[in-house]
Design a protein around this ligand. Structure first.
Ligand SMILES: *Cc1c(COP(=O)(O)O)cnc(C)c1O
Length: 365
């Protein structure tokens, strides 16, 4: 398939250098956006067309646009990293492109090719590369967070897949997701809410899953926790994942276990990378069911030495404790050496400080 070229429509009023530099010095997460956005339109008759990079700004949507009523929407999250020589790279974008197509099929949205997905990131970065922050040290985990998303934009209140769809990529400079860095986080075990059920949308990265997780998130915050762990909907027994991160359990004997993908868990690119890096490090990765009882008992006996969560936004974050209605599950005190080592290896790869032996990096600029 030929790579479509993106028309470049430069922003006539880009952010002043001095303001952008100020933003990049302290970007937080998801608060500021670059000067442009990539866009591709899809219609039932004309397929994907109109590739462009245009000034960042509000969308014009008819109040009857399908996405506003039935939530036909999917998204991705991927980062651009600046290397020491000034070049800009992203991590395993073909995995995100593939997942975006899986999400699209589940939400009855049109599928976007690798060429268009990766091409849109390159086209946006061609304009906005100055928005990729430069790390001040190896501990500085700054990046440009890229958010591709697709919405049903047809003006129609009937319930059927939209005949008009828009795909965009926006970009937001980011510092480390959790201000504490690798400080262990407390996780709330939701007993009132489920994230996904068999046959549902758990494996798709869609806004609806997040909308459905917010009540549990509020509950977590009320109990002093930043994130929610969800159990399976059928048996209320098997650990699935957090609202936006996958989970790993490190065992004393070198096994490292993550819940098996059964359609209700989001297949994280970080999860997949950790499985490979763990094997490289001489650990024995296992994808299998793991129950809340195994977590409780393994933490108490010392069999499980570390628990960590992983995802693009927050990389790898140790889980300090799991808080339930009437219990707290904690591993024996640990400095989380395995989580820290894998985290360091992953970041070294992403920032170009280690050799890319798995061919995981794609140059954007
Ligand atoms: C995005 C996401 C993850 C992490 O996926 P990565 O590809 O590693 O960023 C995990 N769980 C859920 C529910 C997600 O939406």
């Amino acid at each position: 398939m030929p790579t479509a070229s993106f028309a470049q429509l430069p922003n006539a009023q880009p952010t002043a250098d001095i303001i952008r530099k100020d933003i990049l010095a302290n970007p937080g997460f998801g608060r500021y956006f670059s000067d442009h956005m990539a866009h591709i339109r899809w219609t039932l008759d004309a397929d994907w067309h109109g590739h462009e990079v245009r000034p960042y700004g509000p969308l014009t949507l008819d109040p009857a646009a399908a996405v506003l009523h039935y939530g036909q929407e999917i998204f991705e999250g991927i980062k651009a990293y600046r290397h020491a020589d000034g070049s800009v790279w992203t991590f395993r974008p073909e995995k995100n492109a593939e997942r975006f197509r899986r999400s699209a099929r589940r939400l009855a949205l049109p599928e976007l090719s690798d060429e268009d997905f990766i091409g849109s990131l390159k086209a946006l970065l061609a304009q906005d590369h100055e928005w990729v922050p430069t790390p001040s040290s190896e501990a500085d985990e700054c990046s440009l967070y890229l958010r591709p998303f697709m919405i049903a934009s047809e003006t129609f209140l009937g319930v059927r897949p939209s005949h008009e769809v828009d795909y965009y990529v926006i970009a937001s400079p980011a510092a480390a997701y959790f201000k504490g860095g690798v400080e262990p986080v407390s996780i709330w075990l939701s007993s009132n809410y489920k994230r996904a059920a068999a046959g549902g949308t758990g494996f798709a990265k869609c806004g609806g899953n997040y909308a459905a997780s917010l009540a549990a998130q509020k509950e977590a915050e009320a109990h002093g926790c930043g994130q929610v762990a969800f159990l399976d909907a059928a048996e209320n027994k098997w650990i699935e994942e957090l609202g936006g991160m996958n989970l790993f359990f490190v065992f004393k004997d070198g096994r490292i276990v993550t819940p098996k993908l059964t359609g209700t868990i989001l297949e994280g690119v970080t999860r997949d990378s950790v499985l490979t890096l763990a094997r490289d490090a001489g650990l024995q990765p296992e994808e299998r069911h793991i129950s809340i009882d195994e977590w409780r008992e393994g933490a108490a006996s010392g069999e499980i030495t570390e628990v960590f969560a992983c995802g693009t936004a927050a990389v790898i974050t140790p889980v300090g404790e799991l808080v339930g209605e009437d219990e707290r599950i904690r591993c024996q005190p640990s400095d989380n050496p395995v989580a820290k080592q894998i985290r360091r290896t992953l970041l070294d790869l992403q920032y170009g400080r280690a050799e890319d032996t798995h061919g995981w990096l794609t140059r954007l600029v």
